[in-house]
Design a protein around this ligand. Structure first.
Ligand SMILES: C[S@@+](CC[C@H](N)C(=O)[O-])C[C@H]1O[C@@H](n2cnc3c(N)ncnc32)[C@H](O)[C@@H]1O
Length: 267
């Protein structure tokens, strides 16, 4: 499925791992000293995870996975970037933690992982890399125990419609199957990286996400929209208050939906 797109994206993500570990955004020194990488949004939504098994989809180099493990979860992170998974394993070992990491395309996960979890978690910049949300929702459901929770905090699909440099609407809200393509240089996490790459991505509307999960037998417990991003990861964001970033329009009194979250239960 869409092999050409996956290969290009994997290469770009591989190239970001090293610069990200040195970036301001990922705050590696504080993380290694014990700080959590999780934001108030997902921490409040999932509460006490101690003793729970948690599958983290598209874990990048594992900071959030390890942060859930620090909170007592038995955490497994998966990502298709071999470089990201190697770095995650290295950090896990250095910290003496017991998180588990698996290199796999999310769509191929059933080939390498056969278990069920209390919680399936994914966050911030994950669904845009996925061409098919019906298959994604089937994967989410496949890995949840009966009564288990799925939680996603993701950048809002409305936000992804804009070109952040010139403030113009450039991308469709609705997924038309064909990806958007961009040649990129550098990364959202650091201006130090000059790595070049190609990205293919898909915007997925709220209804597309929710319906795909409802069709897999999950019920909706919470849907929230936030008017700030916990990360300063798009061009021209302004820090409205500590740790809450908004797009420039906010200074004119316009509030943009920046983050969407869903909490769902497998019935
Ligand atoms: C924005 S990052 C993850 C966000 C995470 N919140 C973080 O900042 O650490 C997106 C991740 O998705 C992974 N990814 C993209 N497409 C994937 C796929 N088809 N299967 C598995 N992982 C994928 C990339 O390798 C990357 O590590």
């Amino acid at each position: 499925m869409n092999q050409k797109y996956f290969e290009a994206n994997k290469k770009t993500w591989d190239s970001r791992v090293e610069p990200h570990t040195k970036s301001e955004m990922y705050k590696m020194e504080a993380f290694m000293a014990g700080a959590t990488s999780l934001t108030e949004i997902e921490k409040d939504a999932l509460g006490d995870v101690s003793g729970k098994s948690l599958l983290h989809l598209q874990c990048h180099f594992g900071q959030d996975t390890i942060s859930w493990a620090r909170k007592g979860a038995s955490a497994t992170g998966i990502d298709f970037s071999g470089k990201a998974i190697a770095k995650a394993k290295e950090l896990n070992k250095k910290l003496g933690m017991d998180a588990r990491f698996i290199e796999s395309n999310i769509y191929d996960l059933p080939d390498v992982l056969d278990e069920k979890f209390d919680i399936v978690f994914t966050s911030y910049g994950t669904t845009v890399w996925l061409p098919d949300l019906e298959k994604w929702a089937a994967i989410v459901s496949r890995y949840l125990k009966k009564g288990g929770l799925f939680y996603i905090a993701e950048f809002h699909p409305t936000l992804y419609m804009f070109n952040f440099e010139n403030h113009q609407v450039e991308y469709s809200y609705f997924n038309k199957g064909e990806p958007f393509k961009e040649e990129v240089e550098g990364s959202y996490a650091t201006s130090d990286s000059k790595a070049k790459g190609t990205e293919y991505f898909w915007n997925h509307s709220i209804s597309e996400k929710v319906n795909a999960l409802l069709n897999e037998g999950l019920t909706l417990l919470e849907l929230n929209e936030y008017d700030f991003s916990p990360y300063n990861c798009f061009p021209n964001l302004v820090e409205r208050e500590p740790g809450r970033y908004v797009w420039g329009a906010d200074k004119f009194g316009v509030k943009m939906p920046m983050v969407l979250s869903l909490k769902m239960r497998k019935e």
